[in-house]
Design a protein around this ligand. Structure first.
Ligand code: PRP
Ligand code: ADE
Length: 186
């Protein structure tokens, strides 16, 4: 493991796990904003993602609401790129694209604005679980004919991920939940 991610790994092992619609949902600053996420952890995440992408060949970062936003923001500051938020709120702008998001424990509508034809984008999110959110965001980006350069999530739940998704996803840490605890998978 990247040694700068050790504090993140340590705190994940202590995260409480709650049941959400039959799904083992861990609660952590990275994925939920509670308990507080330490600046060093946020910085280490942004730096580790920055190392995995080539900012010179990217026009915009794209982060889904809500928990992609703090990681997208920290990365945008680190690599000096603009960031678009995929909202759960409809604006009704002429080029808005609406997609349906299905997660491991619920569903919602997502609305993409602010990405143009040919934009080279990197998608950033906190966690890849079933892959439903990444799939919905990528569908919306394909609808506007953006060029999806990379999809990066901080965490990947290897015990929930659907391998049959259309885009390769890079994650900083792979995790699973076992006996009510988060386990880091090497
Ligand atoms: O791979 P999936 O099964 O789609 O799960 C991952 C998604 O689930 C959470 O979003 P959610 O919309 O539930 O909540 P949030 O608004 O707190 O980000 C998380 O932030 C990811 O976007
Ligand atoms: N906070 C969270 N904990 C565990 N799995 C998740 N999948 C999406 N959000 C999650």
């Amino acid at each position: 493991m990247d040694p700068t991610l050790e504090p993140l790994a340590r705190s994940l092992r202590e995260a409480p796990v709650v049941e959400r619609n039959g799904y083992d949902y861990f609660v952590h600053g990275v994925t939920d904003g509670i308990p507080p996420v330490e600046p060093d952890v946020l910085r280490a995440i942004a730096d580790a993602i920055a190392e995995r992408i080539d900012p010179a060949s990217v026009d915009k970062l794209v982060a889904p609401e809500a928990m992609g936003i703090h990681h997208g923001t920290a990365l945008a500051l680190a690599v000096d790129l603009p960031m678009v938020v995929v909202r759960k709120r409809e604006y009704g702008f002429p080029d808005e694209v609406a997609v349906h998001q299905e997660t491991s424990y619920g569903d919602d509508e997502l609305y993409l604005n602010g990405v143009d034809v040919g934009d080279r984008v990197v998608v950033i999110d906190d966690v890849f679980s079933s892959g439903g959110t990444v799939e919905a965001v990528c569908d919306a980006l394909e609808t506007v004919e953006a060029d999806i350069v990379d999809v990066v999530t901080v965490l990947r739940r290897v015990d929930a991920a659907d391998d049959d998704i259309s885009h390769e996803v890079t994650s900083l840490l792979d995790v699973r939940v076992e006996d009510g605890k988060v386990v880091i998978v090497d």
